[in-house]
Write a protein that binds this ligand. Structure first.
Ligand code: EZ4
Ligand code: CO
Length: 402
């Protein structure tokens, strides 16, 4: 099966997405997601200007060889732009292989290992009451796990509180929104949020929280300890994870489970954390970590150390990525939990999906490939609009990690 055409499609149905389309001489078309939120066109250019010309004429079934020729052949290894571009090619090739062999992608990854993929929803509110009401909405829809983010006394614009409680979206057109962070109100407020949540939502539902890279290791240890009575499923990105040895301090002081790695893009970013068992859940996802081919390697390493998979699944990755993540999570042995931030309605007019939510799990269909098709004509109705992720500042104006 030879590749005859490859092109990117940039559209904005509710938010920006970069999609890769690969066509073959067998009349089949494969899709990959190449969206890197806030830096979308850098990946589109990496693909259009440098990668796609190399694919024409190649045998689309040689996934492993194409992966290594793009990774090793570029000389300049790793990094979010490179790895997202390679990931998009890789996913499109798995989609094509499934379509060629007339089987869903999870079958190619080892076969079904569970009934469905348990997901968590993102419940947010500008107040603790608002976040708890949003969480109740998810529980009523059958979700078994919910992440709680809310405004707190003295901290009105924290991470994760967005427009609407079902369709959180951090990116804004033209200029970054400014959020605030201050460790005092945050460290005092989050335990109050979870004390209230347990009192009002009970103990059946799994609760999570995202610290979004904002704490020092000592602060993270303090928060993890303070949250222990509420038994979180995980505390997400407690510290920026570039300094991986920081996690030793956090780990020595708390048994609150830790999830890290949504901004990682290779196994090298994760191998110390996994090898030293400094985390419980690895957040790398398909699109940003070199596709299914590379994510499988990360998951297999993680399995050796009792670390489970927890793919990042925000609205800023397209349904093509979510479809790929669901096939992966359906087949991988050491599955943990899948993030599911619902896409805006317009996105589903462009991306027609075969997955569905039932009993708090997402289920993939048995259609060949990924089971996600892209309507190019409809995509043309939603032109790209430059958008930026927020910037966070301390109370005195100092820039902080967003
Ligand atoms: O901030 O996807 O767990 N989810 C997250 C997301 C990320 C965005 C960045 O584009 O942390 O909301
Ligand atoms: Co996160």
């Amino acid at each position: 099966m030879r590749i005859t055409d490859a092109r990117t499609l940039v559209c904005s149905p509710g938010r920006n997405f970069v999609t890769l389309l690969i066509e073959t001489d067998r009349g089949l078309r494969g899709y990959g997601d190449a969206t890197l939120n806030g830096r979308e066109l850098a990946v589109a250019s990496y693909l259009d200007d440098h990668v796609l010309p190399l694919l024409i004429g190649r045998d689309a079934t040689e996934i492993e060889d194409i992966w290594h020729s793009l990774y090793k052949g570029a000389y300049w290894r790793r990094g979010p732009v490179t790895m997202t571009a390679i990931g998009a090619v890789d996913v499109a090739l798995w989609d094509l292989k499934g379509k060629l062999l007339d089987t869903p992608v999870y079958n190619l990854l080892g076969g079904r290992a569970r009934r469905g993929v348990t997901v968590y929803g993102h419940a947010n509110g500008s107040t603790i009451d608002g976040a708890i009401a949003a969480a109740r909405g998810y529980i009523d829809m059958g979700y078994r796990a919910v992440r709680l983010q809310s405004g707190l006394p003295g901290l009105e614009q924290p991470y994760g509180v967005g427009r609407g409680d079902l369709y959180y979206e951090p990116a804004a057109p033209d200029h970054p929104i400014e959020e605030t962070f201050e460790p005092g109100p945050y460290l005092r407020g989050v335990p109050q949020l979870f004390e209230r949540a347990r009192a009002e939502l009970g103990w059946e539902v799994e609760l999570l929280h995202d610290a979004h890279h904002r704490l020092t290791p000592r602060e993270a240890a303090q928060l993890g300890k303070a949250l222990e009575p509420y038994q979180l499923f995980w505390l997400e990105d407690p510290v920026p994870a570039e300094a991986q040895e920081s996690l030793r301090l956090v780990r020595h002081h708390t048994v609150t489970p830790i999830a890290i790695g949504e901004v990682f893009n290779t196994i090298q970013d994760a191998h110390q954390l996994i090898g030293e068992q400094l985390l419980d859940y690895i957040r790398t996802t398909v699109a940003h970590a070199g596709g299914l081919t590379h994510l499988q390697r990360i998951a297999h390493l993680a399995e050796l150390y009792h670390v489970r998979t927890a793919c990042h699944g925000p609205t800023d990755l397209s349904p093509v990525n979510l479809g790929a993540a669901l096939h992966f999570q359906t087949a991988v042995h050491n599955f943990g939990l899948q993030e599911y931030m619902r896409h805006p309605e317009e996105a589903h007019e462009v991306f027609r999906v075969g997955y569905w939510l039932e009993e708090g799990m997402l289920h993939v269909s048995d259609s060949p490939g990924l089971g996600v098709e892209v309507d190019e004509e409809r995509a043309a109705d939603f032109p790209y609009q430059r958008a930026y992720l927020p910037v966070a500042r301390r109370w005195d104006g100092t820039v902080h990690s967003w």
